[in-house]
Design a protein around this ligand. Structure first.
Ligand code: URA
Length: 224
């Protein structure tokens, strides 16, 4: 079991990750496994790199791995991942056709009794890790990119990005022909009443459908 994290880290501990230039996705994965660019590796079990086919046209970018992802080394396999799987199925998207990854590749947590409580990554954690997802996207060249939640949206579109304002349409970015923003599946899990949860889920599915259309249709689905 990795050591519990210290509450704060000295400011000198964050550097930019340095993905190897000529590496393919598997080479990137291998290099990311040893990443020490920010302090999060110390309390995480392992780096959780993206997964999916190299030919994926649709990429989903989350925030950071959760407890289960950290233990098993794969993105989106915990409760948020199960909700995402249900939404993908409803949107007619095969998970196996997508590349799933995160803006931050180590689990950030604080101990609470026997639990490891998720802590949102800070701006410096996100900035350190950025070269990894940028390198993934340069290799993948997807037609559509979906930012799941505010951390991913702000990493890709800039700090002014807002999920509720910016969802529902394609944005132009250097990372994909069409970039979309939607809610994070964990946020849907936290919606307290069932009717609102169902409505939020339906909007989430509609956002995924829009991205799937862009991934399938290519440039027509891209921002004009
Ligand atoms: N939440 C994320 O943002 N990513 C995961 O991989 C799991 C949960």
């Amino acid at each position: 079991m990795p050591a519990a994290p210290r509450r704060s880290s000295a400011s000198g501990e964050h550097r930019l990750a340095e993905p190897p230039g000529g590496a393919d996705l598997e080479g990137l994965r291998a290099a990311a496994a040893g990443c020490r660019a920010c302090p999060l590796w110390k309390s995480a079990t392992q780096t959780v790199f993206g997964e999916g086919p190299a030919a994926a046209r649709l990429v989903l970018l989350g925030e950071q791995p959760g407890d289960r992802e950290d233990r098993e080394g794969r993105p989106f396999i915990g409760p948020a991942g199960r909700l995402l799987d249900r939404a993908l199925a409803e949107a007619g998207i095969a998970r196996e056709d997508c590349w799933l990854t995160n803006a931050v590749k180590h689990f950030k947590w604080v101990p609470r009794g026997k639990l490891r409580l998720h802590q949102s990554p800070g701006a410096r954690d996100v900035a350190s890790c950025r070269p990894w997802w940028e390198a993934e996207l340069r290799r993948l060249q997807p037609r559509a990119l979906v930012c799941l939640g505010a951390t991913a949206a702000q990493a890709v579109l800039g700090r002014d990005a807002r999920v509720e304002r910016d969802r529902g349409r394609a944005h132009a970015t250097p990372h994909a022909a069409a970039t979309f923003v939607t809610a994070h599946p964990s946020a849907l899990l936290r919606v307290p009443d069932e009717a609102s949860r169902e409505a939020a889920f339906a909007r989430f599915v509609a956002d995924l459908r829009r991205a799937a259309d862009a991934a399938r249709d290519g440039p027509q689905g891209a921002p004009g």
